[in-house]
Ligand binder design. Sequence first.
Ligand SMILES: Nc1ncnc2c1ncn2[C@@H]1O[C@H](COP(=O)(O)OP(=O)(O)OP(=O)(O)O)[C@@H](O)[C@H]1O
Ligand SMILES: [Mg+2]
Length: 250
Amino acid sequence: MSETRPVVVEVHELRKSFGAHTVLDGVSLEVLRGETVVVLGGSGEGKSVFLKHVNGLLRPDHGSVSVLGCNVSELPEDEMVGLRRRVSYIFQQCALFDSLTVGENVAFPLREHTDLGDSDVARHVAVLLERVGLAGTETLAPSELSGGMRKRVALARGLALDPEVILYDEPTAGLDPLTGLAITALIGEVTRTTGATSLVVTHDIAVAAKLADRVAFLSSGRFTFTGTMAGAARQGGDVGRFVRAGGVYA
Ligand SMILES: Nc1ncnc2c1ncn2[C@@H]1O[C@H](COP(=O)(O)OP(=O)(O)OP(=O)(O)O)[C@@H](O)[C@H]1O
Ligand SMILES: [Mg+2]
């Protein structure tokens, strides 16, 4: 990969505390256009907190976050709405609207951010659902879906506006291994077909091994390693132990 590609996500010296609890203690990361960077780390290390700063759901105490050339840390909320059209966030818990059908969930961003009429929206929704392997499920309620299906619907909704950046928070958490593998393959295919820049937060080594161009390891509020998965597996200390514990690397 050429290193002349533009930087799409730039996090510089980000610090965040909740009360006396410092979660992020000066993290910096650059993600290039089209690159997939996986943020690895143990439970409670601050992976979700990190990701929420990238789309402005949280504001830094110190440091800066820039996405697609916009300084997210200082952007007023109305301009943030425009940026969020271009940046999809696939939430750890899917965040589907339980009172809406699958079709209405996927249609939601199209109705919010485009002028498409009903028949065009329906056509788009059908294509999006087919793309994630859920053709014809428009009338189902989220409560009727398995965990894997919920992830697929969340992904279809996240793809509706052709995002340039996709943020995935624990895309395989709570899924059985085969369903997790299928969702991982789907994310890989989305990356290949859209060329989107991706940040994937996970503690699942198999997911990281399949998707990561680079991995950043979050520990005690810092990225203590940034590089390839194979490189991480060769490290001593926490990073190497964590990556080798996944069973993918000897
Ligand atoms: N809004 C908040 N207010 C106070 N503390 C918070 C808030 N959000 C997160 N935290 C704390 O920040 C720490 C990191 O949380 P975070 O959800 O980012 O962990 P994580 O690495 O994503 O964990 P997991 O792998 O379990 O999802 C936790 O101790 C959590 O309690
Ligand atoms: Mg989390």
